[in-house]
Design a protein around this ligand. Sequence first.
Ligand SMILES: Cc1ncc(COP(=O)(O)O)c(C=O)c1O
Length: 281
Amino acid sequence: MAIVYLNGEFLPADKAQVSVFDRGYLLGDGVYEVIPVYAGNAFLLDRHLQRLQNSLDGVRMTNPFSNETWTNIINKLIAHNNGGDQSLYLQVTRGVAPRDHLFPADTAPSVYMMSNPLQPVAESWKIEGIKAITTADIRWMRCDIKAITLLANSMMKQLAHDAGAQEALLVRDGFLTEGSASNAYAVIDGVIFTAPKDEKVLPGITRDLVIELAAKADMPLHERAISVSALRGADEIWISSSTKEVVPVTLLDGEIVGTGKPGAIWQQMDTLFQQYKQEVA
Ligand SMILES: Cc1ncc(COP(=O)(O)O)c(C=O)c1O
């Protein structure tokens, strides 16, 4: 039985209980992080904790812990679940209060963390690439906050699944924002494009790393919005996330992307990414 952390306690998952008045349960009032763990080490933890702080600030919640305390609890949870490669999920909700839209005055936040085995990225995804669809981005205008309220993301991911695809690429006002659970990129004439950081996209930790790795390797990259028509003509399309890393998309809405195989620029980025992971982990 996996061990989870809930409000100060480490306990078997089936013993963890939260109140039905928790605002996370009733209102989706909370924020979260997903952190990959390689060989027992939380990858880019400082960056995840900084984004957590930004999300908490964005919804006017006080951070319940210092970074030192977070690190401590996270490392204990990793150890309780036997180290190795894990996918660590943590969430902070505004806590237990009578149901009301207004924020309660002095409610202690609820903190929950769990760990699941990190599923390795399927080899076929790297050899063949994945299928994606485009769909209207039906989310709110604070997608920069990593809110637990993921109904829109679930609906869009389900559309992709229904179409036999692995990811939905989201379109707002004719431009690609990101994926339903990933950031998105297009490579056009040797230049990598990804939407700029604003309230329409999640500032992905993997996205930041991709940008840094590209800069170090002199690979041209622009943080610039990509129109759907440019996307359809792109030589390569990729997505990225903490648990999926950088994945090539080779079929978009049933049309072949580029050569129909993962592209050379993705290959270069994946190599840099794997090298970085090895060095850090
Ligand atoms: C909507 C969305 N965008 C982007 C990402 C990628 O972010 P990260 O690289 O920090 O995992 C995620 C990750 O789950 C996501 O849900």
